[in-house]
Design a protein around this ligand. Structure first.
Ligand code: ATP
Ligand code: MG
Length: 420
């Protein structure tokens, strides 16, 4: 193993691809920022207890995928495997829910860690942009979040994604369904671990990705047939609001998702160009989570979109984001005096808000012009001794190839004018 290799299941973001990741985070969060969601940032690790209680002791995330550590002081911590529990914890700690302004709408962006088997689209370190609306039960809020995620993916230029929608019921109807499902599952031919899962969290068995398990589930009782009237009405309202907004979705009664805390609305965004790691994002309502972690009753809803898989989806659809050129002007000095003068012009341009770069290291004209080309700059400024003696710099338009002498004192203003 080379010393320069990133840890297994991780990768670095380096230019130019890293620019796409930044842009994706920007585009995904834009609709949230325009819809009353405030930015929140929480630590990269939490007390392990938060996830054990919040995400659930019966989930793969907690039992298999969490990076846990004991500090020198004896604290049990875990690198965060997801965002919702942390965001809710932080909102409760800051008493945001008591400011008399519900729902508390928050968005976040960051790194998450899961000890998984690395494969295409599945990493041990990945990044998400997420949103949570805390403290309000209103089908319009569920619809808002789904609509904003749809808007985000659309404005990225993605087309081949689908929205899967389901309702998981609430504390009235889900227990009844749970029991019916358990009775059905106990008669199936399943391995030990899955049998244990039937007793702890039978809904998760529906989420099993193995074909032989899925085949046996064809006649499993459907949650839809067990939803209470309140859950049914709520779900119908969410569906109607999405339809009215022109957001297409597919009812998927097997969609349960891997976290324990979901109630009622659950949804997943899948992309058809990604093979088996097809989920680009997901979320749902989690009315019981606050109480599970020791807080008051705060019905809430949220989602998290995976940035890594979203970038893979863009690549699968050959979508090129319209990334602004990082450098507008590239300065190439020929000789010591020109270095000092052009470095001054570059500083002036930057202070005027024009992205400019400079041929460092005293290279010759040829190498420096190559760098100018590679920078994507629209204009280069070249100056040698003779230009300086005449008080000019050579301004070259890299698109047309046109070159003209511009008085040194006017170079910055001329460039500002040309770049609009
Ligand atoms: P999967 O079923 O693929 O394991 P999940 O249900 O565990 O996904 P969530 O916890 O809902 O995923 O996280 C939301 C999004 O974060 C996913 O849709 C995905 O885009 C991304 N994501 C989750 N785990 C990973 C991972 N290990 N590597 C890359 N992205 C991930
Ligand atoms: Mg997972």
């Amino acid at each position: 193993m080379s010393t320069f290799q990133a840890p297994k299941g991780t990768y670095d973001l380096t230019p130019p691809r890293s620019a796409t990741f930044l842009a994706v985070r920007e585009v995904i969060s834009a609709p949230l920022r325009d819809s009353g969601y405030g930015y929140i940032e929480t630590p990269g690790f939490e007390n392990v207890e938060l996830f054990a209680r919040g995400v659930g002791e019966s989930t793969d995330i907690v039992t298999k995928e969490m990076y846990t550590l004991t500090t020198k002081g004896g604290d049990q911590l875990a690198l965060r495997p997801e965002g919702t529990a942390s965001v809710l914890r932080a909102a409760l700690e800051a008493n945001l829910h008591k400011a008399g302004n519900l729902p508390v709408k928050l968005w976040y962006s960051g790194s998450y860690y899961r000890y998984e088997r690395p494969q295409a689209g599945r990493y041990r370190h990945f990044s998400q942009v997420g949103a949570e609306a805390i403290g309000t039960e209103d089908p319009a809020l569920d619809a808002e979040l789904i609509i904003l995620a749809d808007q985000a993916y659309r404005s990225l230029g993605l087309r081949r994604f689908r929205i899967l929608l389901n309702s998981l019921g609430d504390k009235e109807c889900r227990p009844v369904y749970r029991e019916a499902l358990q009775t059905f599952l106990r008669d199936l031919d399943l391995d030990e671990e899955t049998r244990r899962r039937i007793e702890i969290n039978p809904l998760r068995v529906l989420d099993d990705k193995r074909a032989d398990v899925q085949k046996q589930l064809t006649d499993a009782p459907k949650l839809r047939d067990y939803l209470c009237d309140a859950c049914k009405a709520y779900h119908e309202e969410v569906r109607a609001l999405l339809t009215a907004a022109g957001v297409a979705f597919e009812d998927d009664e097997k969609l349960v998702r891997g976290l324990d805390y979901y109630t009622r609305t659950t949804f997943e965004f899948v992309h058809d160009g990604l093979g088996s790691q097809s989920a680009v994002g997901g979320g749902g309502r989690y009315d019981g989570l606050s109480e599970m972690i020791g807080g008051p009753e705060l019905p809430s809803v949220g989602w998290a979109l995976g940035v890594d898989r979203t970038v893979l989806a863009l690549e699968a659809e050959s979508v090129e984001l319209d990334l602004p050129a990082t450098t507008s002007v590239y300065a190439v000095p020929l000789g010591e005096e020109a270095r000092r003068v052009l470095f001054g012009v570059v500083t002036e341009l930057r202070r005027a808000g024009i992205a400019a770069d400079f041929a460092f290291g005293g290279r010759g004209l040829k190498g420096a012009m190559k760098s100018a080309n590679r920078s994507g700059a629209r204009y280069t400024l070249v100056a040698g001794e003779r230009d300086l003696a005449e008080g000019v710099v050579q301004l070259k338009d890299m698109e047309s190839g046109e070159q003209s002498a511009v008085p040194l004192a006017e170079a910055a203003a001329e460039l500002a004018k040309r770049l609009g």
